[in-house]
Design a protein. Structure first.
Length: 174
């Protein structure tokens, strides 16, 4: 079925789910899709611990049936210490494209008790869209709290979930 976004017949649609969690820790920046969030804490991790970028990376890799972030960027490898998670996300975008897919859209949720994130929404969406090579209207970011329940609700950690939809279209007859 031809669409305005993808001329020609769409021959394959895939959906991937990504999830990530990191502990909160003092003395590190809090990054979401590369955007520095004003906060008294950051997230602990081998890389820059960008929980949102990691969830989206896993969603893309999963949809393309190409494993997960740990397979591509093992935390046992010192070269990824402090790595920029948007570079990891860019790698996942390249893996998707090499496999013949295009990203149709990404929907994500960040679960964090504090700080409030709504003022950062557009910057986060724009950062993801740039890295994904999408228009911002194809990237959704939602924010939730854990209602003071569990480690996230107690401020001990942050989580992110993401869903990515990929499409492969038949070659154009042009």
């Amino acid at each position: 079925m031809p669409t305005a976004l993808y001329p020609g017949a769409i021959v394959d649609v895939r959906t991937g789910l990504g999830w990530d969690c990191h502990r909160t820790v003092a003395g590190r920046p809090l990054l979401l899709a590369g955007v520095k969030i004003e906060s008294e804490f950051g997230l602990e991790g081998h890389s820059d611990a960008d929980v949102l970028a990691h969830a989206v990376t896993d969603a893309l890799l999963g949809a393309a049936a190409q494993g997960d972030i740990g397979m591509h960027f093992p935390d046992s490898d010192p070269k990824w210490k402090g790595a920029d998670s948007l570079q990891m996300l860019h790698h996942a975008v390249q893996v998707v494209r090499i496999g013949g897919y295009e990203i149709a859209n990404v929907d994500s949720t960040v679960i964090l008790e504090r700080p409030k994130l709504k003022e950062y929404r557009m910057a986060i969406r724009e950062g993801l869209a740039r890295t994904l090579g999408l228009s911002v209207d194809r990237v959704s970011v939602k924010f939730k709290t854990a209602e003071k329940v569990g480690p996230v609700g107690e401020g001990l950690s942050a989580e992110a979930e993401a869903v990515a939809t990929l499409v492969r279209r038949a070659p154009s007859s042009e």
